[in-house]
Design a protein around this ligand. Structure first.
Ligand SMILES: [Fe+2]
Ligand SMILES: [Fe+2]
Length: 279
């Protein structure tokens, strides 16, 4: 679906019913979680994903200080988006608990507290800098958002396939549906913002090319981020997956022709992790 205005994109998003309703969550076969084996190599991946979902709140707070977050359409989207991401974190946490893996009751606070001061200060500076560029930075924010949502979705797809746990698959399917709607929003707004200005295209491409890092890395220790990526995307097949489902979709955005940054970065991480002892 191609939109002509941001308002149309928001209208489309608001028409999407929530997948992860109370009814959906109550109907998950939680009592069956323990009936199926869960390979323990996926446990740190689930923790990582849970934490990144929960940290969306922090990102949302930062973004609200910028012209992007003050855009009435984007802020309307983000209100619902941040709630949905919190649900994803909660569901992953519950799955861990039902699988017999204990988590702290106050895990949200722990995750937030664990974010390094460097990251927080750095983020504050970046936000202040983006405010100088003003509205012309919105395309960059939206492109980063699109990449994060696309790669998250693909991470969940890979996890579904590799973990092969029926209850987890059911949960992830619901999450994926919401992530796909997020992707569609970010991607569509990015396209509109990029379309009309050569400057925003150049700026967004420059920022992605030089500063994009996988979702959660920075806020979470690099080690955990790299482990998750290598577990989910190792091998030729994993890299092709990223290329097909993330890079090629990114390359369709105005100004992003031929950019292979995401595939290159993921490939680099997978290669480094493969030569480490745990693979
Ligand atoms: Fe999410
Ligand atoms: Fe999302």
């Amino acid at each position: 679906m191609t939109f002509e205005t941001k308002k149309e994109v928001l209208g489309w998003y608001e028409k999407q019913p929530r997948t992860l309703t109370k009814e959906f969550i109550d109907n998950i076969a939680w009592e069956d979680v323990k009936k199926y084996p869960l390979d323990k190599k996926f446990v740190p991946v689930l923790f990582y994903m849970r934490d990144v979902e929960a940290l969306t709140d922090m990102y949302y707070e930062e973004l609200r200080r910028t012209p992007t977050g003050k855009d009435p359409i984007i802020s309307k989207f983000m209100e619902r988006w941040s709630v949905e991401e919190q649900t994803h974190g909660e569901l992953l946490n519950r799955f861990l608990n039902e699988a017999g893996i204990e988590t702290d009751e106050k895990w949200h606070n722990q995750v937030r507290r664990a974010v390094s001061t460097f990251y927080t200060i750095n983020n504050y500076l970046i936000t202040s800098l983006t405010n100088l560029v003003g509205k012309r930075f919105t395309a960059t924010h939206m492109t980063f958002g699109a990449i994060h949502e696309m790669s998250t979705t693909q991470g969940y797809r890979r996890l579904t396939e590799l973990a092969n746990h029926p209850v987890l698959s059911e949960i992830l399917q619901g999450i994926i549906r919401e992530e796909s709607a997020h992707t569609h929003f970010y991607w569509s707004v990015a396209r509109l913002e990029l379309k009309n200005s050569a400057f925003t295209q150049k700026l967004a491409r420059f920022m992605v090319k030089n500063f994009w890092t996988p979702v959660g890395s920075g806020a979470k220790p690099k080690k955990e981020s790299n482990y998750t990526i290598a577990t989910l995307f190792k091998g030729e097949e994993g890299l092709q997956w990223i290329d097909r489902n993330v890079s090629q979709r990114l390359q369709v955005l105005p100004g992003f022709e031929g950019l292979t940054k995401v595939s290159d970065k993921i490939g680099e991480i997978v290669l480094a992790e493969s030569s480490a002892t745990h693979f």
